[in-house]
Design a protein around this ligand. Structure first.
Ligand code: ISL
Length: 531
């Protein structure tokens, strides 16, 4: 029993989080875009799935130039998602069902429609209004060359020139993402003070924590020096578009920002902060989750790893190592709204499905917290043939129509029925849904024990209930080539067969397998849990 000597670990250390991309989850209003009432209506489903907490992608007021990651008022909910009342209702209902609610916050930038940015545009160079952002004069005799050579993450330069009050082209402002997302200047005390106010605002409304967008951003290097431009082409899948030495990200000053944020979080003892940290080096990654910084940080190694046993083992080892040094706990994720869905990444079709089943079991067997991206539990593939006119990710325009961007992993969820929009909306979904998803609706998968959804339900339930999943430790076991096996402190043995032939299992009681055992053997591309 937990007592003062053996306190219960915080809930988030082993929680299963479910990431909701609100536009795509469930629409209650018939406008084709998912909303918070739609989400509330589906909480029974999430309770059945067994998740402990939600991470809801941004729902604050926004002109939606980047699906809500361009926030024009951080202390209001956009009417498109149902306004603040809908969030209050969602929190009540979720808590009633013992599901915690965390929301996305975007501290690195605002929308260009935020009143601060509008004031900055209306004010003169050098004014306090401009000092909340990064306005600089251009280079060259007429200032027509951007202040430095930084490219934006979505393509094109990271700078846009403004028209001054006299009607002439004037200063430039920095935006690491779209031009509609000007970067905030965190050296300005007003910026930090405003962010603190936002955190308190939502925590006081009952939110259980935050996912912090671009948590390795915010701080900028002195003098905004030019960067070495990547020689490698930027991938279409949005993975690894910069390295650790990129001056746009991961500057040392970011840690003071996180310490400040943590001091506020500590006033709310059960609340959690989870940073989006795209940092490869283990030591530098670990710095973000020191005891006085973020509680957790996303480790994207598994989401970047192909279905290859050595690479998977390496990803697991490095993810554990990165947090062990600072006493933090690990996080695991196979996909999110920025990357290709895992079924497609693992080869698509039946093979991709089998591997995704194997990988969710491997992931749920690991110590730490697990993040499931909505639709992964249905085994949805990426939709790579969306018509060009449907594409909405700013990447499409910014790259001059050379990169399709991330819409393919953001197609709305199929709930029921035989035809699009499969109960997602009574209107026209904001992205078209493939007719062949008729076979993978929630309705159909709930009926079948062998569905991806049933596997998720069984695995999450076992993970929550069996004592064999207890403890932070993990020990690798000898295993045949092409296979992986590890044992948890509590006694769970997890075996992954990444070969293309069936293997014999070690002795023990089989708790669950991702594919049916045949003639006593574990099939290719599958995982078993034994005790
Ligand atoms: O730097 C990256 C990878 O090495 C980028 O992936 C970057 O960190 C990432 O794109 C940031 O993503 C987040 O902020 C974006 C938003 O479009 C994404 O959806 C969000 O997850 C801008 O707010």
């Amino acid at each position: 029993m937990p007592d003062a000597l053996f306190p219960q670990p915080p809930w988030w250390r082993s929680a299963v989080f479910y990431q909701v991309y609100p536009r795509s989850f469930a629409d209650s209003g018939g406008d084709g875009v998912g909303d918070l009432r739609g989400l509330r209506d589906k909480l029974g489903y999430l309770e059945l799935l067994g998740v402990d907490a939600l991470w809801i992608c941004p729902v604050m007021r926004s002109p939606m130039a980047d699906g809500g990651y361009d926030v024009s008022d951080p202390r209001d909910i956009d009417p498109l998602f149902g306004g603040v009342a809908a969030l209050d209702d969602l929190i009540d209902e979720a808590h009633h069902r013992h599901i915690r609610v965390t929301m996305d916050l975007v501290p690195n930038h605002t929308s260009d429609q935020h009143h601060w940015f509008r004031a900055a545009l209306a004010s003169a160079p050098g004014s306090p209004e401009r000092a909340r952002y990064w306005f600089r004069d251009g280079r060259g005799p007429d200032g027509s060359v951007p202040p430095n050579n930084w490219p934006g993450i979505f393509g094109g330069p990271a700078w846009t020139r403004v028209i001054e009050a006299d009607g002439r082209p004037g200063q430039w402002y920095l935006h690491l993402f779209a031009p509609e997302q000007p970067d905030l200047n965190w050296e300005n005390p007003e910026v930090a003070a405003d962010f603190e106010q936002t955190i308190r605002f939502w925590l006081n409304r009952g939110v259980d924590g935050f996912r912090i967008d671009v948590a390795h951003g915010m701080a900028k290097p002195a003098g905004l020096p030019d960067m070495e431009l990547p020689t490698r082409p930027i991938g279409d899948d949005h993975l690894v578009v910069h390295d650790d030495d990129d001056p746009r990200f991961n500057n040392p000053g970011v840690h003071e920002i996180h310490r400040r944020l943590r001091r506020v979080m500590d006033e709310y003892p059960n609340a959690v902060s989870i940073g989006e940290v795209w940092v490869d080096d283990n030591i530098r990654f670990g710095e973000y989750v020191r005891p006085d910084e973020l509680h957790l940080a996303f480790n994207f190694r598994l989401a970047e790893t192909p279905f290859h046993p050595d690479r998977i083992r390496d990803a697991v080892d490095n993810s554990l190592r990165a947090v062990a040094a600072v006493g933090a706990s690990p996080t695991w994720t196979l996909s999110n709204h920025d990357v290709e869905r895992e079924v497609s990444r693992y080869g698509g079709g039946a093979l991709g499905q089998a591997r995704a089943r194997a990988m969710i079991m491997l992931e749920l067997a690991l110590p730490g917290s697990v993040f499931i991206y909505n639709g992964a539990e249905l085994g949805l593939p990426n939709v790579d043939d969306l018509p060009e006119e449907a594409l909405q990710d700013p990447t499409w325009e910014r790259s001059g129509h050379t990169q399709r961007g991330r819409d393919g992993c953001r197609v709305p969820l199929p709930w029921e029925g035989e035809r699009p929009p499969f109960g997602f909306t009574s209107g026209t979904p904001w992205l078209p849904m493939p007719p062949q998803w008729a076979g993978v609706t929630v309705e159909k998968q709930l009926e079948r024990l062998d569905s991806m959804l049933s596997l998720y339900r069984m695995a999450i339930e076992l993970r929550a209930e069996r004592k064999e999943f207890i403890g932070p430790g993990l020990e690798w076991y000898g295993s045949p080539p092409g296979c992986l096996a590890f044992r948890r402190e509590g006694g769970l043995l997890c075996v992954l067969n990444a070969t293309d032939a069936a293997i014999s299992l070690p002795a023990g009681e089989v708790l669950l397998t991702s594919a049916p055992i045949s003639a006593g053997k574990l099939p290719a591309n599958s995982t078993a849990w034994l005790v």
